[in-house]
Each structure stands twice: as structure tokens, then as C-alpha cells.
Design a protein around this ligand. Structure first.
Ligand SMILES: Nc1nc2c(ncn2[C@@H]2O[C@H](COP(=O)(O)OP(=O)(O)OP(=O)(O)O)[C@@H](O)[C@H]2O)c(=O)[nH]1
Ligand SMILES: [Mg+2]
Length: 201
């Protein structure tokens, strides 16, 4: 699947341990393709595509491998690596940052988030059906990098600490659902994958 041309970089983070899944969930199959490919397909329209993962673990044609700045420290560290690489690769701008375990993300989902950007915004997060912001399928601006680095240096590891309220735009679930009904489905366990119709590879 090829998406529309986007004006933001895409970054997939795939450096986790898949401890709840029990084997590498990036490679688990859904509809004959690994989860990694599903997520990447939603971002094929990005002019710069970044895969934040341990060097050599995956090969994804057209995607630039980016090592973690803080290997094994979690997705906030991966966001730091993605913002750094995006800034170096394209200058200041927006980055669509996605977990490898969100196979129902689509170009329409990213377009809906992009349409919600405001001039002062530094992050755009979707709300789920319970009103919770979703930081693992969100847009972040490269101007957040110093803040992310400072939080990491202070010991923070929660991805939701990446942005603060004042410059974060929240997209209502109704808008998300209209664009991509299952976009926020997340695979943490084999049961999550089975619920989407997939199985372990
Ligand atoms: N690059 C990078 N990605 C990470 C890291 N830790 C987690 N992730 C990714 O962040 C996303 C969400 O993390 P989780 O759902 O907790 O995935 P996980 O850590 O592999 O799984 P669990 O071990 O079951 O928590 C997934 O895409 C992971 O691959 C890390 O240290 N580096
Ligand atoms: Mg984890």
C-alpha cells in the first residue's frame, strides 16, 4: 500500500523485548505479513522513513535504520533517537512516531492527526474511546527534542511525558474512528493478535 505524500517524517520504533508476547512481535504475522510491515505501510507516504531498532535486527527496504540513543530504555528514548535523526535528515519538522505493534494504523489516520496541527503545537495525540491520549501513534515536532532529552536525563521513561499539555493537540476519538476505525488496536499479547485474526509466526 502506498499512502499519499506526507509533509512529515515517519518513524517506527521496534526495539522492545516483546516480553508479554513471548517472541518478537514485530515479526508476528497478520494477514500474511509481519506487524512491522503493516505499521510501515501506513507511513510509506513519508519523505523520510526511520526504523528505530537494534542495528541489524530488521531489514526494511526504503527505511533508514536508526540505533537507539539509549538502547533498551524504552520508547521515550526511541523518540529521542527519531527526533534527532529526523532533524538531521530533513531539518525542523514533524515526525509520525509509531509502535511496531499497531497494525491497523492507516494513511487516513495520520492524515487526520496532521490536519489537527496548529501553528504552536509540538505534539498531536489521538484520544481513544476512553479519552486516553495515545502517545505511540502520534505526531511530534523536532522542537521537542531538548525537552525529551532533559526528561530522559532526569530519569523519566514514560512516553507520555514527551509532550506537555500546553503545546499538545488532542484529537477526539470520533475523528479518529471516522478516519480509521481500528487504528488504535495494539498487540501486546498473542491473544491481542488472535483478536485481530492473526497468529504467531
Ligand atoms: N527503539 C526502541 N523501541 C522500544 C523500546 N522499548 C519498547 N520499544 C517499542 O515501543 C513500542 C511499545 O512498547 P511495548 O508495547 O511495551 O513493547 P515491548 O516493550 O516490546 O513489549 P513488552 O516487553 O511486553 O512490554 C513497541 O513498538 C516496542 O518495540 C526500546 O528500548 N527501544
Ligand atoms: Mg514495554
Amino acid at each position: 500500500m502506498t499512502g499519499p505524500p506526507f509533509d512529515f517524517a515517519g518513524a517506527v520504533t521496534a526495539g522492545g523485548r516483546s516480553s508479554r508476547f513471548g517472541s518478537d512481535k514485530a515479526l508476528a504475522a497478520l494477514e500474511g505479513r509481519p506487524l512491522l510491515h503493516h505499521v510501515a505501510a501506513s507511513l510509506e507516504g513519508c519523505p523520510l522513513r526511520l526504523l528505530v531498532a537494534p542495528p541489524g535486527r530488521y531489514a526494511l527496504p526504503g527505511w533508514r535504520p536508526v540505533p537507539d540513543t539509549r538502547p533498551g530504555e524504552g520508547p521515550l528514548g526511541a523518540l529521542e533517537a527519531a527526533l534527532q535523526a529526523a532533524g538531521a535528515g530533513m531539518g525542523p519538522g514533524w515526525v509520525a512516531f509509531a509502535g511496531v505493534d499497531m497494525p491497523r494504523l492507516t494513511p487516513a489516520y495520520w492524515a487526520a492527526l496532521a490536519a489537527a496541527r496548529t501553528p504552536d503545537a509540538q505534539a498531536v495525540l489521538a484520544l481513544d474511546d476512553a479519552g486516553r491520549p495515545q502517545p505511540l501513534a502520534a505526531l511530534y515536532h523536532t522542537s521537542l527534542l531538548p525537552h525529551v532529552t532533559a526528561r530522559l536525563d532526569a530519569g523519566e521513561r514514560r512516553l507520555r511525558a514527551a509532550s506537555d499539555g500546553e503545546t499538545t493537540v488532542l484529537v477526539p476519538f470520533a475523528v479518529v474512528r471516522a478516519a480509521a476505525p481500528d487504528a488504535l488496536r495494539n498487540v501486546n499479547t498473542p491473544a491481542d493478535l488472535a483478536a485481530l485474526g492473526g497468529g504467531r509466526q
